[in-house]
Design a protein around this ligand. Structure first.
Ligand SMILES: [Zn+2]
Length: 257
C-alpha cells in the first residue's frame, strides 16, 4: 500500500498547499479520501491521472473535503472515462451528493460512465477490495449544527473518523473532529499509523492522548500556513522517543506502507 498526502491544509486556502486529501493506493485500487475545493489541481500537481481513481470516500461534506467532487467528475468525463466511479458515502448523505451532482448538470444520462454509490453505515466494516477495508464511526465535528435541525430539517449531519485495514496493517484517520474524545473513537485498536488533523484539536492534546493510543507512527495533517511555526516549535521540542514517531505531513508526501 502506498499513501500520498495530496493536500494537508485546513479549510484555509493557501497559495502553496491544497486542502486535506489522502490517496490510498494498493495493487489494484486507488481510493481518494475527500475531494475538497481544488482537488483536480492537486491531482494534476501530483501527477495522478484522474481516471486512475477508482473510488472516493467522503468523511463529511464541508467544502474543503467535498466541494471539488463535481469539478473532478467533469475532468474524468473530459478524459473519456468509461470505468464506473465508486463513491463511498455515509447512508445519511447519499441524497445530498446525488442532488449536488444533478445541480451541477452532471446527469447520469450525460456522464459516459456510471457512479456507484457505496453507502456505508456506522460501525459496519466495508470491504473495498479483498485486502482493503474500512470502518467508520461518527465523530462530533458537526455536533454544533444540531441546533439548526428544526430550522433546516433536511440537514444531514454526519462526520466520520475511519479505521482502514490493509492485510495486517491498521490505519486510523481522524478526519475533522469536534473534541478530544473523538481521538479515542477506536481506542480498542493499536494502529500502525494514526493520521490526525490538528486544527480542531491542539497538537499538545493529541500528544497526551497518544499515550493511550500507542500508535507506531503519527502523521499530522489539516493545518493552516499560519499554524506551521507553532507546530514546528512543538515538534522541535519533542522528546527523542516521540521525535521519530510524530511526522508533520506535507503536500505530496508519499510513502509505501
Ligand atoms: Zn476540514
Amino acid at each position: 500500500m502506498k499513501i500520498t498526502f495530496l493536500g494537508t491544509s485546513s479549510g484555509k486556502a493557501s497559495t502553496k498547499r491544497f486542502h486535506s486529501s489522502i490517496l490510498f493506493s494498493s495493487e489494484n485500487n486507488n481510493l481518494l479520501v475527500d475531494a475538497g475545493d481544488g482537488i483536480s489541481r492537486a491531482l494534476v500537481c501530483n501527477g495522478i491521472k484522474f481516471n486512475s481513481i477508482d473510488g472516493i470516500l467522503f468523511t463529511h461534506l464541508h467544502p474543503d473535503h467535498f466541494s471539488g467532487l463535481a469539478a473532478l467528475i467533469v475532468q474524468m468525463k473530459m478524459m473519456n472515462r468509461i470505468e464506473p466511479l465508486q463513491i463511498f458515502i455515509h447512508e445519511s448523505l447519499i441524497k445530498v451528493v446525488k442532488e449536488f451532482l444533478v445541480r451541477s448538470y452532471l446527469l447520469p444520462e450525460k456522464m459516459g460512465f456510471e457512479i456507484h454509490y457505496e453507502r456505508f453505515k456506522d460501525d459496519k466494516p466495508f470491504n473495498i477490495t479483498e485486502k482493503f477495508s474500512f470502518l467508520a464511526r461518527k465523530n462530533s465535528h458537526l455536533s454544533d449544527l444540531e441546533k439548526y435541525r428544526t430550522k433546516y430539517p433536511s440537514l444531514s449531519l454526519y462526520s466520520g473518523s475511519f479505521l482502514f485495514e490493509s492485510v495486517d496493517k491498521k490505519i486510523i484517520y481522524t478526519s475533522d473532529i469536534g473534541s478530544e474524545e473523538d481521538l479515542l473513537l477506536f481506542s480498542e485498536i493499536i494502529p500502525d499509523l494514526f493520521i490526525s488533523e490538528v486544527t480542531h484539536i491542539s497538537l499538545l492534546t493529541l500528544l497526551e492522548k497518544i499515550k493511550i493510543l500507542k500508535p507506531k507512527t503519527i502523521y499530522l495533517t489539516h493545518y493552516s500556513d499560519e499554524e506551521i511555526p507553532k507546530l514546528s516549535e512543538i515538534m522541535a521540542n519533542l522528546p527523542n522517543t516521540l521525535k521519530e514517531k510524530v511526522i508533520l505531513a506535507v503536500d505530496s508526501l508519499s510513502f509505501d506502507f
